[in-house]
Write a protein of this length. Structure first.
Length: 301
């Protein structure tokens, strides 16, 4: 199933519930168990996350769980469940040691050593030389370049050649994102804390991979993370300036954690942006669906 579809279904379901359910509340038929990537990246039920990690011995979604642990440990000491998740996942995974980013690699090495030094190291990272920030921004710029690569005349190709070219673009983008995933998460977290107004953070938050997304690669989680940072850092003016680039489910989920006034402002802006064409060009095209969810959030707040 396309990742945009599962993202839409799960996020709208969570909005309808008014919360992200705990693990023990999920039923076998729930989308959050069948396609758990959104639940894994949003829940605060660390014990449930640990149970899920234990029950998926093949390591599906380990990279998303590891990203959650890294983000958490960058700002505070891990609670026992988060520490147990880290120990489990580090024990059954390795990471690509990209020598082209030596400063990032040094920090990542500290994280994967699985001792208590990472949080202290990260807290003191502002004292590290400027190469760390330079590498973080350079890596995110490389991601933007990869996501923006399109064959200039791909739409004019015949069907077979179009499919072959589209598949090559998809494979190239997925390979870059998956092989650098740990480095990307670390780079984003470093910039959020050390250079929160970095232009590349905003650019990645508003970018879209040029291919049909798989259900668990993590691009949408990465984009959501940076969108949340930009909204927290710049407020509703960031959303207003970029409403046409933001997936409505992401927009709604951000607003659900905020104020009714911001939601009212963005409901008007979203409607004005897409009412002329009568639909949103995404997984769920119905403007009526989105209007109902805007009202649900406004009334709930």
């Amino acid at each position: 199933m396309d990742g945009l579809v599962t993202e839409s279904v799960n996020l709208l379901t969570f909005l309808e519930l008014g919360k992200v359910p705990d693990y023990e509340q999920l039923k076998p038929e729930d989308m959050a168990l069948l396609f758990p990537e959104q639940w894994l990246t949003l829940t605060d039920d660390w014990n449930g996350l640990y149970c899920h990690a234990q029950q998926t011995a093949e390591g599906w979604y380990d990279h998303l769980l590891l990203a959650r642990v890294l983000q958490n440990e960058a700002s505070q000491a891990l609670n026992p469940d988060a520490l147990a998740i880290k120990q489990l996942i580090v024990s059954r995974n390795t990471y690509d040691a990209h020598k082209d980013y030596p400063a990032l690699l040094q920090v990542l090495d500290t994280f994967y050593r699985n001792d208590d030094s990472f949080q202290r190291f990260f807290s003191a990272v502002a004292d590290v030389n400027s190469h760390l920030i330079e590498e973080a921004e350079s890596l995110l710029q490389s991601l933007l370049v990869t996501f923006s690569v399109r064959q200039p005349n791909i739409d004019s190709l015949d069907w077979d050649n179009h499919q072959q070219m589209a598949e090559a673009i998809k494979n190239n983008c997925e390979l870059f994102f998956s092989s650098y995933f740990d480095h990307l998460i670390l780079a984003a977290e470093l910039l959020i804390q050390l250079k929160p107004n970095s232009a590349v953070l905003k650019q990645v938050a508003l970018c879209w991979p040029p291919y049909v997304l798989s259900s668990s690669t993590g691009e949408l989680f990465f984009i959501r993370t940076l969108l949340a940072h930009c909204y927290k850092n710049e407020g509703v003016k960031f959303l207003l300036a970029n409403v046409e680039h933001i997936m409505p489910e992401h927009l709604l989920f951000l607003l659900a954690q905020s104020s009714a006034s911001d939601c009212i402002i963005m409901k008007k802006a979203f409607s004005e942006q897409f009412s002329a064409q009568g639909y949103y060009p995404g997984a769920n095209c119905s403007l009526k669906v989105y209007d109902d969810f805007f009202m649900l959030i406004i009334n709930r707040q």
